[in-house]
Design a protein around this ligand. Structure first.
Ligand code: NCD
Ligand code: ZN
Ligand code: ZN
Length: 362
């Protein structure tokens, strides 16, 4: 069998499909890091994606348009020779971000969104927002100018159970915000619960969400198989199977509110295998393969292209890509590690088999 699924083709049983051709996708949530780490991870993304929304949680964070422009130049300078890739930049929202900064960001044409990290919620979020009210001038400018707000949706209240922090953020912060500012465009990033799916579905077209491959493929048991597995620790943390199932249902639903965002978040091996290990999973080495596996398992490969290649650009009001990529059903083992500047990086599925392989560009 060598059936091919193309855009909008009617459903074929996924198990009989062993080649997928799709419009080149984009990654709508990506960490590229900086310095010696940037050239170590960038080629993986460039191989698969035409564009990516690049997260601003560097040290120091990318809080101004000038910093975003400079970071974009460093990314372009690190591109493999002959490759084409369009980094879509983001600003890191703080309590002090001004309306003028938002206006400059939009005028630059380089900044495509603004990232909301609750202070202390995740990696390099110390300069994040302490209370949403403090960001009002920036948010009003964003609502007026149509600049999307990308949200790490977890409360930092330590009295809230770690597994309930996404729901608490929706109830305490996001639902009131969306109610007060219906014109604000909001992407809830890397959603992990059925509550987040239900919330996004209940909102108007301004509210969307990204889904990672690891949250589609795994539940929280993965963190504890035979011992503690630091490479499966990310934030928001993996949840129960019912939640994974709800995320998968959203991904394959065809609803344009849900689209691809890998949250590939590299950390050096020694910073994850530590007594206080960092949060983040590196998946850029096999991002499309992992998503294809998730859609295949759900018998929904016919819904893969819209999720990976159409819903994101449509939400961001950017043209869809015109190039194509091809994936074939073929087993291969992910490497145990990759070089990461002077360190090493352990990828998702390290040393274990993947079921799909992307072919090199023709
Ligand atoms: C991300 C990182 O390492 O930058 N970590 C993660 O666990 N997802 C930050 C983030 O996206 O929250
Ligand atoms: Zn996050
Ligand atoms: Zn992230």
């Amino acid at each position: 069998m060598n059936a091919t699924v193309a855009a909008n083709e009617s459903k074929a049983t996924s198990a009989t499909i062993d080649r997928i051709e799709l419009t080149q996708p984009d990654d709508w949530h990506l960490h590229l890091r900086d310095g010696e780490h940037l050239p170590a991870v960038l080629p993986f993304t460039v191989r698969q994606f035409a564009r990516a929304i690049v997260m601003p949680n560097l040290r120091p964070p990318v809080t101004t348009t000038a910093m975003a422009v400079a970071y974009r130049e460093r990314i372009l300078a690190a591109l493999p020779a002959g490759s084409r890739f369009d980094p879509l930049m983001t600003l890191y929202l703080t309590d002090r971000t001004t309306a003028a900064e938002i206006e400059a960001a939009v005028a630059s044409g380089v900044v495509k969104a603004v990232k909301y990290y609750p202070a202390g919620a995740t990696t390099n979020s110390d300069s994040g927002v302490t209370h949403v009210d403090r960001t009002r001038p920036a948010l009003e400018a964003m609502e007026r100018l149509g600049l999307p707000l990308l949200v790490h949706g977890e409360v930092t209240d330590q009295s809230v159970d770690l597994f309930d922090r996404e729901l608490a953020f929706i109830e305490r912060t996001l639902a009131p915000l969306v109610r007060d500012m219906p014109g604000l465009r909001v992407v809830m990033e890397h959603i992990t619960t059925r509550d987040a799916v239900a919330f996004v579905e209940s909102c108007g077209p301004n509210v969307a969400a990204t889904l990672t491959p690891h949250h589609l493929l795994m539940n929280r048991n993965a963190i504890f198989v035979g011992g503690i597995r630091p490479h499966y620790y990310c934030l928001p943390v993996l949840k129960r199977e019912v939640h994974r199932q709800a995320l998968m249902d959203a991904a394959v639903s065809g609803n344009p509110k849900f689209f691809l965002g890998t949250d590939s978040a590299p950390h050096a091996r020694h910073t994850k295998e530590a007594d206080c290990g960092c949060a983040g999973c590196f998946n850029a080495h096999a991002a499309l393969e992992l998503y294809a596996e998730a859609f295949d398992r759900a018998d929904a490969l016919h819904r893969f292209e819209a999720f990976a290649s159409f819903h994101g650009p449509d939400y961001y009001r950017l043209p869809r890509n015109t190039g194509k990529v091809v994936l074939v059903r073929e087993r291969w083992d992910a490497p145990a590690e990759y070089p990461y500047g002077g360190d090493t990086l352990v990828p998702l599925r390290a040393g274990e088999p993947l079921q799909w392989r992307m072919l090199p560009a023709a």
